[in-house]
Ligand binder design. Structure first.
Ligand SMILES: Cc1cc2nc3c(=O)[nH]c(=O)nc-3n(C[C@H](O)[C@H](O)[C@H](O)COP(=O)(O)OP(=O)(O)OC[C@H]3O[C@@H](n4cnc5c(N)ncnc54)[C@H](O)[C@@H]3O)c2cc1C
Length: 470
């Protein structure tokens, strides 16, 4: 699988016959559009294939297997670990044309969707029925459900509601053999056989291609309120996170933005964010009874004050709350104005270790003379230190690599992990063994070999190769 051989014209014609000539793209300008994702790395596919049915996906996989061609599944390409990059050429299999919401059932509280459905579109559709699909990656305006499942995506609300995998009840998956299977079911309880559904969740397109998902829904909470708490020191903000989680109230979300992040967002939005503080916490509470939600938020605000918050501002209206969350969701474009590229890290540590992790990141930033804004889902210990950089500056990129390695090592030493929600993909695979150890990686390899003996599904991802891809 290592050498990228040209794909014969007869195979291209076969693919065209399966999906239609307009859905098998070989022109360079088309392929370039599928050579990028949310990282700075580029990998060119040899052909882009856009199927519309699981049967078409199955036939494409059979052709690829027969010819030994790599297949890289692709949702909306917002991934931040390089998972959707066709690292070994071959077929970029875009699921973008499979974007039907097949069913929303109020009785069973499930949605049945194709993998290309955009996360935010699904949320709006179920909310129109009084239901709620909680997973909310900040990229929800663009990311697709298939990509969310393959990365087991999280988001701000995951503190209270859990991650994507907690909402996956059943999957239709095309295996590397081309066989189409259904795993899981539509019942609330289901322990029949191995939990293969969970095996595919978070497998980053390396074990099978998701062609349909049955997702668990909840009743939509009637009220959500948000506060912003300003701290002079980021360590105090981190301590406040732990204190809030011990207060007896479980917030929906506790997000953190450090001073550098705030400065970048204010520079972009000019909305009056405080620029003389060490960190800002955004805290939301929800429920069906407004008085109860107000009381919960008041208690959380008091905890922040007790932990040294300089000011606590409760959003009085939905519009004020939306403005605060807009600040949070604007971080990526705001950081892009400082430096052309960034390595968006995604470490997670036990919540009590957030202050230590923050201190370590600041030390590493200073030692390597790098700008590393820190923000993230502080409530679940998932921080996004973003190492700002210029991919054309090789000396700076060498420092970025060293800093990234040290941040990962520190997270693992603190009892944490490499990735809370973005996955391993291409960018983090060389750090995997430090987290999981050789024996666990060997077990994972055995699973991969059993399901994809030829290694055609998203090769070059997750597993360390000893050679860095960036
Ligand atoms: C500004 C910004 C903010 C973000 N915020 C968050 C956040 O808060 N939380 C979070 O978790 N992530 C976040 N992300 C990362 C990213 O949006 C998520 O990882 C998302 O789940 C990727 O979805 P996608 O459709 O873009 O997938 P892609 O990037 O296209 O693919 C991601 C992986 O999924 C695989 N894949 C895609 N579709 C399928 C399929 N049908 N079957 C099998 N494998 C498949 C691909 O091969 C690849 O390995 C953010 C990204 C950006 C750019």
């Amino acid at each position: 699988m290592n050498e990228i051989l040209p794909i014969p014209e007869r195979v291209i014609n076969e693919l065209r016959a399966v999906v239609g000539a307009e859905n098998a793209l070989i022109d360079l300008e088309d392929r370039l559009a599928y050579s990028i994702d949310g990282t700075w790395v580029e990998r060119l596919p040899q052909v882009v294939v856009l199927p519309t049915t699981a049967a078409q996906v199955g036939t494409v996989v059979v052709i690829a297997g027969r010819e030994g061609i790599a297949i890289t599944p692709r949702g909306s390409s917002s991934g931040l670990s390089g998972g959707a990059l066709p690292g070994r050429g071959g077929i970029a299999l875009s699921m973008a044309r499979m974007r039907r919401i097949i069913e929303i059932s109020r009785a069973d509280q499930v949605a049945v969707v194709e993998p290309g459905v955009i996360t935010g579109e699904l949320q709006r559709a179920v909310e129109a029925e009084g239901l709620f699909y909680p997973p909310d990656p900040s990229s929800l305006g663009v990311s697709a459900i298939g990509g969310n499942i393959a990365e087991n995506a999280g988001g701000a609300r995951c503190l209270k509601y859990g991650v994507t995998g907690d909402y996956v009840m059943a999957l239709q998956v095309v295996l590397a053999s081309g066989a189409i299977i259904r795993v899981g079911g539509r019942t609330v309880k289901n322990v029949t056989g191995y939990n293969l559904r969970s095996l595919f969740v978070g497998s980053e397109g390396t074990l099978g291609i998701v062609t349909e998902a049955t997702l668990r829904l909840l009743p939509k909470p009637r009220h959500t309120l948000t506060l912003a708490a300003e701290f002079m020191e980021i360590e105090d903000a981190a301590q406040a996170v732990t204190a809030m989680l011990m207060s007896g109230v479980l917030p929906v979300a506790v997000e953190i933005m450090d001073a550098t992040t705030l400065a970048c967002v204010e520079d972009l939005l000019r909305m009056g964010l405080p620029l003389d503080v060490g960190a800002l916490l955004l805290v939301s509470a929800d429920g069906n009874h407004l008085d109860g939600v107000r009381a919960d938020l008041a208690l959380l605000g008091q905890v922040c004050r007790d932990q040294g918050a300089r000011a606590v501002q409760v959003a009085a209206t939905g519009a004020e709350s939306d403005a605060l969350w807009r600040a949070r969701r604007s971080i990526a474009p705001a950081l892009a104005r400082r430096k052309p590229n960034k390595l968006g890290e995604d470490i997670a540590v036990p919540r009590s270790r957030i202050p230590a992790m923050v201190r370590a990141i600041r030390r590493i930033a200073a030692e390597h003379d790098l700008l590393i804004p820190i923000y993230g889902h502080a409530g679940d210990g998932n921080l996004h230190p973003n190492i700002l950089c210029n991919k054309h500056d090789s000396e700076e990129m060498a420092r970025v690599r060293r800093a990234a390695g040290e941040i990962f090592a520190e997270a693992v030493a603190l009892g944490g992990t490499l990735s809370g929600e973005h996955g391993i993909g291409l960018l983090k695979k060389e750090f995997l063994e430090a987290d999981l150890g050789a024996t666990q990686i060997a077990v994972m390899r055995a699973v991969k070999d059993a399901l994809d003996p030829q290694g055609i599904l998203n090769p070059g991802k997750i597993f360390p190769t000893g050679v860095s891809d960036w």
